[in-house]
Structures are given as C-alpha cells and as structure tokens.
Write a protein that binds this ligand. Structure first.
Ligand SMILES: *[C@@H]1O[C@H](CO)[C@@H](O)[C@H](O)[C@H]1NC(C)=O
Length: 232
C-alpha cells in the first residue's frame, strides 16, 4: 500500500512538474553561442487548429546573417509557422509551408536596442501582417483558407527542418529573446503598440508571464538587457 502511495505521489509530482508555468517578466532567454542544438521548446496548449493568430517577441542580436525568431513545425510541414530574418531588414514569414518576404524600412528599426516584431495571419482572407516596433508594413497574402495544425513542435533559437529536429548552425539565434506572446486572434493596431510597450492584451496561447518550456543545451534565463523602456 505504502509503495502504491509513493508511486502515486511520484506520478503526481512529475505531472505537476511537467505542467509548471513560469513568469518570465523582465527576463530573457540568452543564446550566447552558435550551435545546432541549443534551443527552447515551448509547450503551450493549442486547443484547436488555428485560423487566426498573432505572434510577438522582442529580440536582441548582433547577427547579420539569417536567423530564426520562431519555428512552429507540424507533422505535415516543418514551416507550419516560421518567422525568420533573412538578412538585416528583411523578414520571411511562413504559414503552412510557403512564405512571404517583408522589407523593413531602416527608420522602423530601434537598433541597437533590440527589435520588437509582431506577425499575424487570418485564414478567412489569407492576409498577413508584420509590425516592427509598433509600425505596420504593407499587408501580404498567404495560404487563404488553411487551418494551422494544433499539434506542433514550437522552438526558439533553432529552425526546424523536420518535426522537432533538422537544425542548422547557420540559422540559429545568437543573442537574446524576450516578451514572446501568441494570440489566437488578430491584434488591433492599438494592441500591437501595447505589446511593443510590454502591456500585451490578454487571451494568450503563449504567455511570457506564464510559460511552459524546456531548455536544451546552452540557453540561460537572465534579466533582460533590452526592455520596453527603450521602445519608442
Ligand atoms: C477568425 O477571424 C474571423 C474574422 O477575422 C472570425 O470570423 C472567426 O470567427 C475567427 N476564428 C476564430 C476561431 O476565432
């Protein structure tokens, strides 16, 4: 009997541990070196396939090569959602495989203080938006009518070429990332500006202030050096 209770307790403890949510407000994930292994695996609950979403984050890096901001792979496509910087001032944003390119005017940049980026997609219209430091770029179109798979492997720091793997050292992030949020809706322009100033509106799928994640390799949780105080 006692043995059974003990194993029940251990089971409960491991369940609680795997569901632990952490408030990372004021903190950042720091990726100090280029590797093809170091990453953060985000473990949100995606309750159903997505037909609308907005994704925001703040990133601070010296890289001039391409790197990954957010990699959401499904079993059907490793670029189910991908936000990638091709080179300074040029983002590509993928939904369900294909992507569109956004060229950011240099005047939208907050360099050298780190950049706040939001991207959204609406299935009903296929419209995609990209916002840099609260400034909108011209809307584009991608994968109208698709539903984004809810079964996902979500990774920061590496780009997935397969579900949960296929990393390339030349696409990793070296730097830090903070204030990562995702919503199952399209934020209004005002809400994007709030997110930029680090007052994100509720109804999160991914909530930086209540985050479930695993770290693999050399990624460190440290006070953020970049902050919303420098935004704008
Ligand atoms: C997605 O947005 C459209 C309009 O933009 C809305 O009609 C629809 O209900 C939304 N879907 C969900 C699941 O929220």
């Amino acid at each position: 009997m006692r043995k059974m209770l003990l194993s029940l307790f251990l089971l409960l403890a491991s369940l609680v541990g795997s569901l632990a949510l952490e408030d990372l407000d004021g903190k950042a994930f720091v990726f100090p070196v280029a590797t093809n292994t170091a990453r953060v695996v985000l473990k949100p609950t995606i309750p159903r396939p997505l037909t609308n979403f907005t994704l925001c984050m703040r990133v601070y890096t010296e890289l001039t090569r391409g790197y990954t901001l957010f990699s959401y792979a499904s079993k059907r496509d490793s670029n189910e959602i991908l936000l990638y910087l091709e080179k300074p001032y040029q983002f590509s944003f993928h939904v369900g495989g294909p992507g569109v390119t956004f060229n950011v005017p240099q005047k939208f940049s907050n360099s050298p203080f780190g950049e706040h980026v939001c991207a959204s997609w609406e299935s009903a219209t296929g419209l995609v938006e990209l916002w840099m430091n609260g400034q909108p770029l011209v809307r584009k179109s991608l994968r109208k009518g698709l539903s984004v798979s809810a079964e996902a492997s979500i990774i920061l720091g590496q780009e997935q070429d397969s579900y949960g793997g296929g990393f390339d050292i030349n696409q990793c992030l070296v730097g830090e990332i903070t204030d990562v949020y995702m919503w199952e809706r399209i934020l209004s322009p005002g809400e994007v500006v709030f997110a930029w100033h680090n007052y994100p509106r509720p109804d999160y799928l991914i909530n930086w202030k209540s985050l479930s994640y695993d770290i693999v390799g050399d990624v460190f949780v440290k006070p953020a050096l970049l902050s919303a105080q420098r935004a704008g």
